[in-house]
Design a binder for this molecule. Structure first.
Ligand SMILES: [Fe+2]
Length: 142
């Protein structure tokens, strides 16, 4: 089933939300290729674009969290990003040898990881950013 963007996934940080929409588009592209039986092509063409975009997106978030979050949040958030990258490589290279099974496992993992990560960890990051932004605006008006 394709992932659909909905407002419950919104963090309130425009740059992050736009990048999440793009990640959802790429996961859906992988799913559509799978549904059309183009599994080997999905692994060769779609997956590298998806993982490259995910790394770009993680860098954006990690830059934003540099001065804005608690060190506990930062460490936990970065470890989730690293775990994602490792798990994708593991599924792709070690666990599965057959393209169809690999794509099915990847889709399961990618969809649940992204939704869980957005709902909890990215929203927590957005909370820090929005609170700090509000403090800066308050300071300017006092
Ligand atoms: Fe994140």
């Amino acid at each position: 089933m394709l992932l659909t963007w909905n407002y419950s996934l919104e963090t309130g940080i425009r740059q992050i939300d736009q990048q999440h929409r793009k990640l959802i588009e790429l996961i859906n592209e992988l799913e559509i290729a799978h549904e059309n039986g183009r599994n080997a092509e999905a692994l060769k063409n779609v997956l590298p674009r998806l993982t490259a975009y995910a790394q770009f997106h993680f860098k954006t978030e990690e830059r934003l969290m540099e001065h804005l979050t608690s060190s506990t949040h930062k460490a936990h958030h970065i470890s989730e990003h690293r775990k994602f990258a490792k798990e994708v490589i593991l599924i792709e290279t070690v666990d599965c040898v057959e393209p169809t099974k690999t794509v099915v496992r990847l889709l399961d993992y990618l969809k649940s990881w992204l939704v869980n990560h957005i709902m909890k960890t990215d929203k927590e990051l957005a909370g820090y950013i929005l609170t700090r932004g509000r403090r800066i605006v308050d300071k300017q008006h006092s």
